[in-house]
Design a protein around this ligand. Structure first.
Ligand SMILES: [Zn+2]
Length: 700
């Protein structure tokens, strides 16, 4: 229908319309929007090969709607806004639905939901409304008709009024009953709506198999489901493991043709129950009946999180008025039912251009390619750079500079490149050349057989030193206040700092003279560095940046040694005997201590006064022993400083209070405790502890 040249031109036009920079007059812009939307409809519905993300399609569509709303003169008979019609493949018989299949209006936030609720209250003239909330499955819509308990017809959605008869393919789907006992509910004829989907893991397996057979992989579960429904051979459709989930009854009549909806069948929930009983797959276990917008929102938030790991793709939720009588009172516009609304989750995918690739050297020498992309907002943050992990990742995904990439970010997960849109390539793409030498020190890079990453093996590599110092001072390591990333880099460049131990011999008399520094800030820095000398052993262990040894492993190890100098003497067998330590970690620790430079580093740190011992008060609770308990220290502490005391509480999951009140659980008293102790004694719920008793509490 569209030639290759036309497609290229329309892809370009789409980009232009989306970037918001063009300044066409309204009629021209409306015309351009119509053309690109029709084109993307064709790719989506006919080819099942979209090149546009749904969010971007929605944006184009709403832009056109907005233009037409502002100037009704712009509305043309062939505007995609004027028809629900989509192009149909001609091979299947067209059949009219018994009741038109309307689409749902979309909502995106709490305001939209509140507006919806207000409208419903006005339309129904009721204050007590219950809503049914269920996931919106991302698949291909179907409508099934049963008469006399027998499946007589299945149809695709088509344009909403007319669909394609796919009865034979539907019969091949095991999740669609060929007969169902509707007569037990007094139902003679029923039309049911639902979605044909492919579960994610099934889809992945299917693609893996296709890959091994050298066949083209499917793009996503939804397109695959929709394409499969229209396969000519029902057996092939069945082999694709499609499933139908039914979630709506649009028509139900008894023997005399009397409408049972809002009569004998009272609520949406009731109809779902019947479908469930008749052997259909329904959202029975996923839905929730909610009594308020607040309750709806809580449920939506739950699903926004849950959907990341849910077995079926969902692109949102549907909120429906539960009472069928109220649904009828609300009615429908020519496009949407008024009693339901779709809620769209915030986009977790975006498209962007890959502008360049930088190669970063980590503290263990690993060289990581990092993609610089055109900044793009996604799930609440703007993303400009993304790790490409290693060379194999780039090769597997066939990623090039100038490619259009699809970026995903789910929840707090770090952003990830899912793949490239190869159809949008225009010839300017360039291969990503992986460097042979370290970008920082220019030493030859090496890659051990069993590993995926290239590394720089030069112990004096400036990039590695920088990352090592930054890691040493970081929050989970030695937690040095006043010595952040930028300052570390500055000090390294000025030569104030050459290695990790250099932190403890900084030339303060020179730093104080630097621009931006003064007596106060230098004192603060000095204090932060001084305090780091007293940190518990596990922090030092973590600060060393040994591969595979993070916070948890450091804590595991610290509990089993007297001093850090015990570690070089432990064999791999000794190490794996420590709970939580596997052979990989043991090997990595062995490698670290076999390097004499690292032993010298530890000796230097010890000589500067950094704690290298496992002290009794450092006993680390692994299971938040003080969780939910509150603490306050008073008097002059003899066994540890005030800062250390606070740290102990926090590290073990407890909370610090600043005054004595009924909320306080424990008051720990040093020497010469005064008014706080007196006040605490008047509150029976407060337990007064000595320093020793407090330590015993932590040690359990
Ligand atoms: Zn290097």
């Amino acid at each position: 229908m569209f030639s290759t040249e036309q497609q290229l031109a329309l892809n370009k036009l789409t980009e232009k319309l989306l970037d918001g920079q063009e300044t066409m007059p309204a009629p021209e812009r409306a015309d351009a929007l119509r053309r690109v939307i029709n084109y993307h409809d064709w790719r989506y519905y006919v080819l099942s090969e979209p090149v546009l993300l749904d969010v971007n399609y929605d944006k184009l569509f709403s832009d056109l709607k907005q233009l037409e709303k502002e100037d009704p003169e712009l509305i043309k008979a062939d505007s995609p806004t004027q028809r629900v019609a989509r192009a149909l493949t001609e091979d299947f018989t067209q059949v009219a639905h018994l009741v038109a299949m309307l689409s749902l209006e979309n909502s995106y936030n709490a305001d939209d939901l509140n507006d919806f609720d207000t409208r419903i209250r006005n339309l129904t003239n009721s204050t007590e409304i219950s809503y049914c909330v269920e996931p919106k499955f991302d698949g291909a819509s179907i409508a099934l008709v049963y008469e006399n308990d027998m499946l007589v017809r299945a149809a695709t959605r088509g344009d909403g009024a007319v669909g394609e008869d796919i009865t034979n393919n539907a019969k091949a789907l095991a999740s669609i009953p060929l007969s169902a006992n509707f007569s037990a509910h007094g139902i003679h004829r029923i039309e049911i709506r639902g979605e044909v989907i492919i579960q994610r893991d099934v889809f992945e397996r299917m693609n893996a198999e296709r890959k091994t057979r050298g066949e083209k992989e499917f793009q996503n579960p939804r397109n695959t489901a929709s394409g499969s429904l229209r396969l000519k051979d029902p057996n092939e459709a069945a082999a694709r493991k499609l499933e139908a989930i039914l979630y709506h009854v649009s028509l139900a009549e008894d023997k005399d043709g009397k409408n049972l909806l809002a009569g004998k069948l009272e609520s949406h929930y009731h109809t779902i129950e019947i479908l469930h009983q008749c052997g259909f797959k329904t959202p029975m276990h996923e839905l929730k009946v909610c009594q308020s917008v607040e309750e709806i929102q809580e449920f939506l938030a739950l699903w926004d999180n849950k959907r990341n790991t849910y077995k079926i793709d969902t692109d949102g939720m549907v909120v429906k008025v539960n009472s069928l009588a109220m649904q009828q009172r609300c009615g429908a516009t020519s496009h949407h039912p008024r009693w339901a609304i779709a809620y769209k989750f915030a986009a977790k995918q975006a498209q962007s251009k890959l502008l360049d690739v930088e190669f970063q050297v980590g503290r263990t020498g690993a060289v990581t390619p990092v993609a610089k992309i055109q900044p793009v907002p996604l799930a609440g943050v703007t993303i400009a750079s993304i790790s490409l992990h290693n060379e194999a990742f780039i090769t597997d995904k066939d990623i090039h500079i100038n490619d259009t990439v699809i970026v995903e970010r789910a929840g707090e997960v770090i952003p990830y490149i899912i793949g490239v849109v190869a159809d949008l390539r225009n010839g300017t793409e360039r291969k990503i050349d992986f460097p042979k030498v370290c970008p920082s020190c220019h030493e030859q890079l090496i890659k051990p057989e069993e590993e995926a990453v290239w590394r720089c093996d030069n112990a004096d590599c400036p990039a590695q030193t920088e990352e090592r110092v930054i890691h040493y001072v970081s929050k989970d390591a030695m937690d040095i206040d006043g010595l952040g990333r930028a300052i570390v880099i500055d000090f390294l460049q000025r030569g104030y700092l050459k290695n990790v131990e250099g932190i403890y011999s900084l030339p303060y008399e020179e730093i104080v003279l630097l621009e931006g520094w003064g007596k106060k800030s230098v004192e603060k820095l000095q204090k932060g560095i001084e305090e780091s000398k007293g940190r518990p052993l596990w922090r030092l262990l973590n600060a060393l940046g040994i591969r595979h040894v993070g916070v948890t492993t450091s804590k595991d190890i610290a509990g089993h040694i007297k001093t850090i100098f015990d570690l070089p003497g432990l064999s791999p067998e000794d190490l794996v005997n420590i709970e939580g330590i596997g052979p990989k970690v043991a090997k990595s620790i062995g490698t670290f201590f076999s390097n004499e430079g690292n032993i010298h580093l530890l000796e230097a740190l010890r000589d500067f006064g950094v704690n290298t011992e496992n002290r009794p008060e450092d006993a680390v609770a692994k299971n938040n022993k003080l969780e939910g308990k509150t603490f306050l220290f008073t008097g002059s502490l003899q066994q540890f400083g005030r800062d250390r005391a606070k740290q102990l509480v926090e590290e073990n999951g407890g909370k610090l209070l600043s005054s004595v009140s009924a909320n306080l659980n424990y008051l720990i008293v040093g020497e010469d405790a005064g008014s706080k102790l007196k006040k605490a004694k008047e509150i029976p719920s407060i337990t007064v502890l000595t320093e020793d008793e407090f330590l015993a509490l932590i040690a359990g």
